[in-house]
Design a protein. Sequence first.
Length: 398
Amino acid sequence: MHGLTQALQGTRVLDFSQGIAGPHAACLLGEMGAEVVKIEPPSGDWLRGLGVKRNGSSVLFGTFNRGKRGLSLDLKQPAAREAALRLIAQADVMIESNRPGVMKRLGLDYASVRAVNPRLVYLSISGFGQTGPNAHLPATDAAVQAFTGFSFGAGDMVEPVRVRISIVDVVSGIYASHAILGALLQRGRTGEGQTLDVSLMHCITAVQSSKHAEHEATQGAIQKELFAAIGIYRTADGYLAISAMREQQVTDLIAMIGKTDLLRDERFATPQGRFQNQDALRVEIAQALGAQSNGHWLPRMQELNLICQEVLSYDAFRHHPQVLEQQLFTTTDLGEIGWLPTVRMPGLPAGTTTAPAPCIGEETLSVFADWGVALDQAEAWIAHGAAVQASPDVTRSA
């Protein structure tokens, strides 16, 4: 294997985060070769209890925590804080996702851990950031979609919608990993670590930056689609997504569907008229496309070099020849939930694989050993309940 799969080889990451955003950031670092240790409370990451489950374990957890080693600490106990600091002293990156103030109460805030490791890159990921009137509030993907205007922007700007994919969390994980990589590069020049404040609010707002600018520029007017003929249209046996960008493409589309008379209608006779009356134009296009199948329309559109694609189901997409050629999906051992398809980080070579997600505390003893903690000390922490080592019947062989 080559390239990015070894880019972070030798980098040690402690992932104290739960949910999707922080764990996703850590997972991406792991895919680039970092050693990632997932540190969970004895009850486990709360994500383990959400979403579709298989063999009693969450598919979400398995997806966003693959490739990590599992260690369990009860951070409410002083001895667990001592154990955490022993690991933090040797780490390159630490990720946490608690509400502001929680890590300080545990004695694991940036000021405290910097004393034992000034080279540490410490990332806090939260709903609204570390300061401000909303900083203390709980947050979910759906709540942040609503708060930031994304619920309007993702739809028609009239009726709010909720995107069911955890888009805020996933995007936040990408931005967080990006910030960590930048901080590691800077540390290479200065020798100093730093603290990073990444919020779900900030990340999904960054995604909408141009929409906020457009909203201000138009004094809040509801914007039309970018192109007169863009849209998803129902056909006789499915759906087609069409993006007729150039005027020649628009007129070619109109001619292809047998509606050249529209070009003599004053509403649609000019490019400006078609743009201003795009809703009415799309009604006409939809009426024509509904009379024939995808198989009828697609070859004709492709012959005209129109930008169009059939709207595929997940199953159809996964088995499409283009997807198979690019090897986007790999059937992966996700631990307790078994083998399921996963998608490698974009940029990694085809065939890249990762280890399964850990059970709670699966490698507590081995992580301590590999990070230089004496066996008697590790066993003492476990005996007092500060750390948890999963019993052999719930751990998996490597």
